[in-house]
Design a protein around this ligand. Sequence first.
Ligand SMILES: [Ca+2]
Ligand SMILES: [Ca+2]
Length: 163
Amino acid sequence: MGQFWISTTKNAVDVDVNAPIIIIFSEDMDPTTINQTNIRINDGIQDIDGSATCQDANATFTPTMSLECSTTYTVSVLNGVEDLFGNSLSENYSWSFTTITAGVCGCGIEVIDSDGDGVEDCNDGCPDDPNKVEPGAKGCGKSEDGDGGGGCFIDALKFIFFF
Ligand SMILES: [Ca+2]
Ligand SMILES: [Ca+2]
């Protein structure tokens, strides 16, 4: 009687550093027992700050800060959690997961190549110009050569006209 359990993926890898940690119980839980005291996320040194909420049988722990990349975290659900009938977890339950490694643009930063030139925006000096990765002498969106000098003249006229 009164037994309930937790569904989770143990030893998950490549976990998103910005995703909340979701704990699925086998039945609806007393939301007052789903809190930072009973649900802890440890980064190997200390418990991280965050808030725990509960909707029916799903508990969600949302870290205050993004998680670190390439880090193994241990989730512990203490037996202070209770279902709606006051039954508590038979024993503490814990498991670990590991976050993704940092990408070329840094930890948790999505790699986007807006102009499709094969250079990600964070390293592309001209993120909207598929022909250039740095402004060069003429700037993004303008060819450095090929206009035979005429381009410079036209650009200069535009400059005077618009400004
Ligand atoms: Ca690019
Ligand atoms: Ca570019």
